[in-house]
Design a protein around this ligand. Structure first.
Ligand SMILES: CC(=O)N[C@H]1[C@@H](OP(=O)(O)OP(=O)(O)OC[C@H]2O[C@@H](n3ccc(=O)[nH]c3=O)[C@H](O)[C@@H]2O)O[C@H](CO)[C@@H](O)[C@@H]1O[C@H](C)C(=O)N[C@@H](C)C(=O)N[C@H](CCC(=O)O)C(=O)O
Ligand SMILES: Nc1ncnc2c1ncn2[C@@H]1O[C@H](COP(=O)(O)OP(=O)(O)OP(=O)(O)O)[C@@H](O)[C@H]1O
Ligand SMILES: N[C@H](CCC[C@H](N)C(=O)O)C(=O)O
Ligand SMILES: [Mg+2]
Length: 503
């Protein structure tokens, strides 16, 4: 906890907020949840997907809220309670944006160099590689996202892009631990809800754009627009946009960035890419890459499985350069990069040489990419274990089954966080997509994930490989409201032990 932020007070005026009737108040803390309100809190009553925070203003006032910030609708909902109270009222057109800016002023300090990455897949990978490059360059760096805060300082997080109060508190804490460089993930939910507004970015990256999260955004257009907020709203005029030009949306992102006059660094195999991947050769433990930067040719060994990891690594290197890093120094670190936890991670090897990898592919594109990426490293057959999450985009389920069967030789369909849904219904949707495209390949439904892993590993012969997709670094299986301990890497070695005897 940042002591300064926890014990401080501030006037509304010092936070840049103007209350109705010019009323000021002494604020002792910020909250978006009425249940956390204490004496002196500024409560942000936000419109939500389930309720409007204004519905609970009455409760926040009873707990001692000194001020309420809400939108016009919220002020109307709680008009009577607000009129009867001495708390200051701020009405904002964009209350989530106001929350983010207020949180950034409240916590104040943050590391001096910050970058953010958006895209459907690859955010955690790119931000982790950027952090690893900085650390190899002897800078005090962290990545912040799905896997928490990792690097020179570690801290757990619940969200990929935490809500602004948590985000700015975490950044202030990072600063107090001596962190100077942060690579963070900008999720589409986070961008849509303005969670990152108020973060000052040196550079922003775009990985790719494919289907996910349509449960929340409803349309591809809305999902893309949310992601583009990173370039249209968040990145300052002097920030640099780093864009994967090989993605079909890449040129559009370049246009969006250039229409604001932003400097761009394009990355990819495309002939015009500023950081251009020109060659790639795979072997059983990784790959050699060739790339061009400003008329100079470079080569590097990557101890990473999967062709797409080269895209992620080069995007990370370009972000480091965009944020002021020396290019040659950044390129020299590439052979030292290590697997991102739960992403194409080698988990176990059978006595017969069959190998097991754990990956976080949880979108149709990621399942296809991950499996295709394994092919050049695998001599024998490729087996996939796949499942889809409950209470998430339902449209992606059959497409994930299809992507698995089209790119593997044998598929097991199993459970992956059914949450409040009936797991059989989720599996049926994944199975339908797989069976429709099976073309004679074997597709087997095994609900219990541990059993699916055991059976997948049992099917491995010499030279074969198994990809366990979907859960990556996760440590639990979410069933209803329960989280049962479950770790794919651990299960893989338990299964190998059970089948081969402990090696
Ligand atoms: C779908 C979504 O993003 N929801 C976020 C949203 O909540 P909401 O709109 O559903 O909130 P609501 O329940 O309708 O309540 C409205 C407001 O009233 C408040 N409230 C509600 C009840 C009460 O008793 N008191 C009270 O004050 C709530 O705190 C909220 O501010 O606003 C809340 C903060 O105001 C967030 O905490 C919440 O994130 C939830 C926890 C969440 O799970 N989000 C996930 C989906 C998410 O953000 N994931 C992304 C992407 C991951 C990926 O890329 O795969 C991430 O960045 O992690
Ligand atoms: N550049 C890429 N292109 C396509 N697929 C990728 C790429 N990078 C990673 N993936 C696939 O996506 C999976 C998730 O990767 P990663 O965790 O880096 O993405 P993310 O964008 O952070 O995901 P989340 O939305 O859950 O935060 C990986 O396990 C891999 O299968
Ligand atoms: N952060 C993402 C990843 C989910 C991964 C998968 N294991 C699932 O539960 O669907 C989400 O919550 O949609
Ligand atoms: Mg992530």
């Amino acid at each position: 906890m940042n002591p300064q932020a926890e014990h401080k007070t501030s006037s509304l005026a010092a936070l840049g907020l103007r209350a109705k009737g010019g009323r000021d108040a002494t604020i002792t803390g910020l909250s978006v949840d009425s249940r956390d309100v204490k004496e002196g809190t500024l409560f942000f009553a936000l419109p939500g997907t389930k309720v409007h925070g204004a519905d609970v203003i009455q409760y926040a006032l009873r707990m001692g809220a000194a001020a309420i910030l809400t939108d016009a609708q919220g002020a109307q909902i709680a008009a009577k309670e607000l009129a009867d109270s001495s708390a200051a009222l701020i009405i904002a057109e964009d209350p989530r944006g106001a929350l983010a800016l207020t949180a950034s002023l409240w916590f104040g300090a943050h590391p001096e160099t910050m970058i953010a990455v958006t895209g459907t897949n690859g955010k955690t990978s790119v931000s982790t590689f950027a952090r690893q490059i900085w650390i190899e360059m002897e800078l005090a760096a962290v990545n912040l996202g799905t896997t928490g805060v990792e690097g020179a300082w570690t801290y757990p997080l619940k969200h990929t892009t935490p809500e602004p109060i948590t985000l700015h508190r975490t950044l202030a804490q990072a600063k107090s631990h001596g962190i100077t460089h942060v690579a963070m993930e900008a999720s589409s939910h986070g961008l849509d809800q303005r969670r990152l507004d108020g973060v000052v970015l040196a550079a922003a990256g775009f990985t790719n754009f494919t289907q996910d999260h349509l449960d929340y955004h409803k349309t591809f257009e809305a999902y893309f627009d949310a992601k583009m907020g990173l370039f249209t709203r968040l990145l300052p005029e002097d920030g640099v946009a780093v864009i994967n030009i090989d993605d079909s949306k890449g040129p559009e992102v370049v246009q969006i960035a250039e229409s604001r006059g932003l400097e761009t660094i394009t990355v990819g195999r495309h002939p015009d890419a500023r950081l251009k991947l020109t060659g790639q050769r795979f072997d059983s433990t990784g790959q050699e890459i060739l790339f061009d930067w400003q008329r100079g040719s470079h080569s590097a060994r990557l101890n990473l499985i999967g062709g797409f990891q080269a895209d992620n690594v080069l995007l990370a290197a370009a972000l480091v350069i965009a944020a002021g890093g020396d290019p040659e120094e950044a390129f020299d670190t590439l052979p030292y990069l290590t697997t991102v936890r739960g992403r194409m991670q080698h988990a176990a090897t059978r006595r017969n040489g069959g190998s097991v990898f754990v990956d976080y592919a949880h979108t149709p594109d990621a399942v296809a990419t991950a499996l295709m990426a394994m092919r050049p490293h695998v001599m024998g057959k490729l087996i996939a274990i796949v499942g889809a999450g409950g209470d998430r985009d339902t449209g992606k389920r059959p497409l994930m089954g299809q992507a698995a069967v089209q790119n593997a030789d044998m598929v097991f369909v199993t459970d992956d966080n059914p949450r409040s849904e009936d797991p059989r219904v989720i599996r049926a949707a994944v199975m339908a997509g797989a069976l429709e495209n099976a073309a004679g390949k074997s597709v087997i439904e095994v609900g219990d994930r541990a059993e699916a892993i055991l059976r997948g590993i049992d099917a491995l012969g010499p030279g074969d490989a198994l990809l366990i997709a979907g859960k990556g670094h996760e440590s639990g299986q979410i069933i209803g409201d329960d989280v049962l301990p479950f770790d794919d890497v651990e299960q893989a070695s338990v299964a190998v032990g059970a089948l081969d005897g402990d090696l």
